[in-house]
Design a protein around this ligand. Structure first.
Ligand code: T4K
Length: 371
């Protein structure tokens, strides 16, 4: 490995759209002196996203975590909610934050998404909902989850933080369950610095979510609901509009990068690269590799080796929410029902992609993985 490769940090840096356009938006924001509270750019951005997703309502938020919390509260969830443990900690925290017990459910061995066949084992008279996560750009088995939710009178909602720009059976993610929640954090392929959204086809829910996002205000001086501050600022909406214009190019780069990894990784004995359904729309953002037993290094050894060469591979989402606080103390036996989760969390790693990563870099990264 040449030393200049080793000296540079190889990381999935944020995608940044046209700077000039962004600066123009900033000037407009300053000229209008309208910085936040549902300004012109937020409204424009909401409309663009709703049209793109083909959904009736898109309520843009300050980040994905607050959006999750608002969605959970707007749906009146309580008691227990069934959720995968293999997800970012925010999914579980959004429940626990509101005194709702996250009940961790195992995942499907092939998709790493919540396993519909495991869900019924966890349903009690306290269960109010299923919170699915479309992990690593791959939608959950939505039909199966909806069937179980309907059978037991449970609400179904989705953490779609990884699945903006993806489709399920030809329909864009954002249209399923009671509502879906996106994150537009800097580390997501489509970012607004910080940001998120709740999307729904339910008019009443959308109205409630809008109220809750703005302290419950319905017009000036009139508070009609309990609420919080979940608003997005104009500057974040400007970033969203700029990046939205370049989304197709960003996705094309992601796809090229995925294909570049795919040319080499499958031929390395013991490494398995996740695949995506070519018939569906995908953001191609997650280059997830499972390290098998026949690979000469463990996942942790391989990650250390990559880090030693300045390649920022991540162990998302090790060790699983159930092994982090407060859950590991609250539910010390949760792992007993999470056999697959426990197995795969120590095998998965995520490699860098995005517009800051080129084919030469990928060839070198893969070279480090060859044994
Ligand atoms: N649900 C799911 C399934 C999620 O994945 C997330 C967020 C949420 C819900 C909650 O949505 P938000 O409330 O965040 O909107 C990151 C992000 O903070 C988090 O948004 C994301 N998931 C999670 C998967 O990853 P870290 O702690 O891994 O980020 P950090 O600081 O290590 O950054 C990752 C890499 O990106 C670093 O190597 C440095 C680089 N980076 C990062 C930032 C912020 C940059 O180059 N520039 C930057 O500006 O959590």
């Amino acid at each position: 490995m040449n030393s200049s490769f080793k000296k540079t940090l190889h990381d999935g840096r944020p995608n940044i759209g046209d700077r000039q356009k962004f600066h123009q938006y900033v000037d407009e924001i300053f000229d209008r002196r309208w910085l936040t509270n549902r300004g012109q750019l937020v409204q424009e951005f909401e409309k663009e996203l709703a049209d793109y997703l083909g959904v009736k309502h898109c309520v843009i938020m300050c980040n994905g975590t607050i959006a999750l919390e608002i969605a959970i509260r707007a749906l009146n969830l309580d008691g227990e909610v069934i959720v995968p443990s293999l997800t970012f900690i925010a999914t579980a925290h959004a429940l626990q934050w509101q005194q709702i017990k996250p009940v961790f459910c195992d995942i499907d061995r092939n998709t790493y998404n919540i396993d519909p066949y495991e869900i019924e084992k966890h349903i009690t008279d306290k269960t109010s909902a299923i919170l699915g996560v479309h992990l690593y750009s791959r939608p959950c088995d939505i039909e199966a989850l909806q069937k179980i939710a309907d059978k037991h009178g449970l609400k179904l909602l989705f953490d779609a933080a990884h699945a903006f720009g993806c489709s399920y059976k030809g329909q864009m993610i954002g249209n399923f369950g009671e509502c879906e929640v996106f994150s537009f954090h800097a580390t997501k392929f489509f970012n607004t610095f910080e940001g998120g959204a709740i999307t729904t086809n339910n008019d009443k829910l959308a109205e409630k979510v809008r109220l809750m996002q703005n302290f419950g205000f319905s017009g000036m001086d009139n508070v009609v609901h309990v609420g919080t501050n979940g608003k997005m600022s104009e500057i974040c909406a400007a970033m969203g509009l700029v990046n939205f214009d370049e989304m197709d190019e960003i996705v094309a780069v992601n796809k090229r990068n995925y294909e570049c990894y795919k040319m080499a990784i499958p031929s390395i004995a013991g490494l398995h690269l996740i695949d995506f359904d070519e018939k569906e729309k995908c953001n191609w953002q997650y280059i997830v590799v499972e390290v098998g037993v026949n690979y000469p290094l463990s996942r942790d050894e391989l990650v250390s080796e990559l880090h030693a060469n300045n390649v920022r591979a991540r162990k998302y989402f090790w060790p699983g929410c159930h092994r982090m606080e407060p859950y590991k103390t609250l539910f010390p036996h949760a792992g007993e029902m999470l056999t697959i989760t426990e197995e795969v969390v120590s095998r998965l790693l995520v490699l860098p992609t995005g517009t800051s990563v080129d084919e030469t870099t990928i060839t070198k990264i893969v070279g480090l993985m060859q044994r």
